[in-house]
Design a protein around this ligand. Structure first.
Ligand SMILES: O=C(O)CCC(=O)C(=O)O
Length: 279
């Protein structure tokens, strides 16, 4: 476990700012989380006495009933979203020894850290724009340390229709990008969702794009400075994916600031990093 990645994988991550690791997780690790989602949906169907058919759990249909649940009341989707990040098997995965070993190796650190509040399970519903992440780097929305890492993994087989995450290949090498705090085209997007790159058009145009179609159990490792965005879900089911963030206590900027969290911790980008905010 001391060096889980090959030299070639380390070099690819350093060059591209993201790395796909097929079958990184054991099937049981993923299935236990999917099973937890299934049981939360089932509890809500029962609690609200809804006539929604929910088949027994299988990994392929773990979210059956969810589309009908949010069609009945979209607010129940928010209840599911807040609940699923508290599934014990998910928390075990977030803080797993295998993640720690990757952080130690990639960041060459003896001081790895889990980003409090920096983990969750996204549920990107078909046709919804409000929570879709536009082009961004994770650092301004998370802080903790400049060299943080996202462990991103889909709970459903990714397809073009589901809108895979898109990456600007190698963009982390150009450092922190200036941002505006609101999105003029999408005023209902707030907090981290409202952050937009000040020079989005020109900046993003410079890079080759990649949008890996991964399977449950695959891992996509993402540098906190890599530009990426959510795809648009045009399918007829939700896109479920896990985001688990780690950082490095030993990185100088994070250490100087005291490893603060960003929006989720109630901190203001303008207070912590005024130099990257553009009016
Ligand atoms: O899964 C997605 O759509 C985007 C996730 C993302 O932007 C992130 O993890 O920072």
């Amino acid at each position: 476990m001391s060096s889980p990645l090959t030299n070639e994988q380390v070099a690819t991550f350093a060059r591209d700012g993201f790395l796909v690791l097929p079958s990184f997780y054991e099937p049981e690790e993923v299935e236990t989380i999917q099973c937890g989602v299934h049981s939360i949906i089932s509890l809500l169907i029962e609690q609200h006495q809804l006539s929604i058919e929910q088949p027994d759990f299988t990994p392929e249909t773990f979210d059956a009933g969810y589309q009908a649940l949010i069609a009945h009341d979209r607010a129940l989707g928010g209840v599911v979203y807040d609940a699923v990040k508290q599934i014990p098997a998910f928390i075990r995965l977030v803080a797993s020894a295998q993640h720690e070993a990757v952080v130690r190796q990639l960041r060459n650190t003896d001081a790895p850290a889990v980003a409090a509040g920096g983990y969750g399970i996204r549920i990107d519903n078909p046709g919804e724009e409000k929570f879709r992440a536009g082009w961004h780097q994770d650092y301004p929305a998370q802080f903790r340390s400049l060299d943080g890492l996202v462990f991103w993994s889909s709970l459903v087989p990714m397809t073009w229709e589901l809108g895979p995450v898109e990456f600007c290949v190698g963009s982390h090498q150009d450092g922190l990008a200036p941002v505006r705090e609101s999105d003029a085209d999408n005023p209902d997007k707030t907090g981290a969702y409202g952050l937009t790159l000040a020079d989005e058009g020109e900046r993003v145009a410079k890079y080759e794009k990649a949008a890996p179609l991964t399977q449950p159990g695959d891992l996509v490792l993402v540098d906190f400075l890599t530009l990426h965005r959510s795809g648009e879900n045009r399918a007829n089911r939700s896109r479920w994916s896990m985001q688990m963030r780690w950082f490095n206590f030993a990185e100088p900027t994070g250490k100087r600031l005291g490893w603060p969290g960003s929006f989720a911790a109630g901190n203001d980008l303008r207070t912590v990093h005024p130099e990257i905010v553009v009016d």
